[in-house]
Design a protein around this ligand. Structure first.
Ligand code: LLP
Length: 421
């Protein structure tokens, strides 16, 4: 459920008309709903009710400071994967003890930054990283709390580019090697081994892979405890999918996911962490774009928008589906025609949808891409020298620009000319 609904024939974000925002900021732009962000965060929080837990929002999904503050004020922790994300989380007021640091390639600088600034735990992904972390901690005279990410070798049944829990993926250490790696970690004086981490992929629409992975984690917890490790925290990753197409069956709800956690791990007395990103931010955001032209091709029509693959890369990169709806509600029973929906970038890949059934639209009309709040703005670029598009946050009847569109001048002036030119 989200808060983007038609009212009297016009699309609203909470109590603000999309057309009004478009008038104020120009198109294309992203718009997020505070109520939806908070609702999704609370669904996860409630799903783990009764178990000691922390929901660490995977801020890679949408790391705008205003989004982070909204969630942090509601009690969210953060899952960060870079020094930049760590500093963004801190800047949004998240204390170090609510930040977990994930990622396969943490540098010495990033590790030191987090050790100095305070960190809940590092989710370590390899032996070489463990050694570097130990050295950095010792150099600072501190101990680094760690979990080790295990790769449970389960098939998350999602798009190949966002599956992470198979042995062929670069993530974590093979679960079969875990005892050996935990032994090594326990011998390093700069590390404090406190738990296990697992994350099997993103946009999961089935709970079975979670169940399989978490059963393996439960077994591993007992084994490691019998080896003398103090396993008290389990970080279960993120990945729960969202309904991208209204027409498809809805993926499982956070409540059902919470039940899987309880069933598989509830008996262990561990503190639970989860790292959802997409389910919190995805359906809390739209990308709004204007029709520039309707072009008659050979045997097909093209809807050419002012938004492009540089603004929302998911269709080009993952063949992802986004529902695209007109901002003015089509009349009941309005005729629908198949049309290719494309952007102005000079690549055939700049195609949002092929032969999508749409009501009649013409130049100047606005359309909304649904489910664009996660991995939208954060993955955008200035390809074709198209300035990054603005982000807007709505709360009830108020809206605010939370990242302004740079001017062409600002974009160009970021480059510098060498003295020899
Ligand atoms: N934790 C870890 C360690 C992760 O790598 C990820 C996502 C998450 C949590 C959050 O997963 P979520 O709940 O958002 O599914 N750009 C892609 C998605 C990449 C996901 C990467 N890791 C997309 O647009 O579909």
């Amino acid at each position: 459920m989200d808060h983007f609904l038609y009212r009297d024939g016009a699309l609203f974000a909470e109590d603000v008309a999309i057309a009004e925002i478009a008038k104020a900021v120009g198109t294309p732009f992203y718009v997020y709903s505070t109520a939806t962000l908070l609702r999704h965060f609370r669904l996860f929080d409630e799903a783990l009710d009764g178990m000691e837990h922390l929901v660490c929002y995977a801020m890679k999904a949408n790391s705008n400071q205003a989004v982070l503050q909204t969630l942090a004020q509601a009690g969210a922790g953060m899952d960060v994967v870079s020094g930049g994300e760590y500093l963004r989380a801190k800047a949004a007021g998240v204390p170090g003890e609510r930040i977990v640091f994930s990622g396969v390639g943490k540098t010495r600088e990033e590790i030191t930054l987090a050790l100095k600034g305070g960190i809940r735990q590092f989710n370590v992904e390899s032996e070489p990283e463990m050694l570097v972390l130990d050295a950095c901690a010792q150099a600072l005279g501190v101990t680094a709390p760690i979990t080790i990410r295990v790769n449970p070798d389960v098939d998350a049944k999602t798009h190949a580019k966002i599956a992470t829990g198979k042995s062929e993926n670069k993530f974590g250490i093979p679960i079969a090697k875990a005892r050996e790696v935990y032994r090594m970690a326990a011998d390093l004086p700069g590390l404090d081994v406190i738990g296990i981490d697992v994350h099997i992929g993103s946009q999961l629409t089935d709970l079975e892979p979670y169940r399989q992975a978490y059963e393996k984690v439960a077994e591993l917890t007992q084994t490691l405890r019998s080896d003398g490790h103090n396993i008290k925290r389990l970080d279960l990753g993120g990945g729960l999918g969202i309904p991208y197409a209204r027409s498809n069956a809805a993926p499982p709800l956070p409540m059902d996911y919470g039940q899987v956690v309880r069933d598989t791990l509830g008996h262990l007395g561990c503190e639970i962490e989860i790292e959802p990103g997409r389910l919190i931010a995805g359906n809390a955001g739209l990308m709004i774009s204007e029709v520039i032209y309707v072009k008659e091709g050979e045997g097909r029509e093209f809807l050419i928008l002012d938004g492009a693959m540089n603004d929302l890369i998911r269709p080009a990169m993952y063949e992802a589906h986004h529902d695209i709806i007109p901002v003015v509600e089509p009349a009941v029973g309005a005729e629908q025609r198949p049309i290719d929906i494309v952007g102005p970038v000079c690549e055939s890949g700049d195609t949002f949808a092929k032969q999508r059934l749409m009501p009649p639209l013409s130049a100047g009309d606005l359309v909304a891409f649904r489910s664009a709040g996660a991995y939208g703005a954060v993955m955008s670029s200035e390809y074709n020298s198209r300035p990054l598009i603005p982000e807007v946050l709505v709360r009830s009847d108020q809206f605010a620009v939370i990242r302004a569109r740079p001017t062409f001048d600002e974009m160009i002036k970021r480059d510098t000319i060498p003295s020899w030119l």
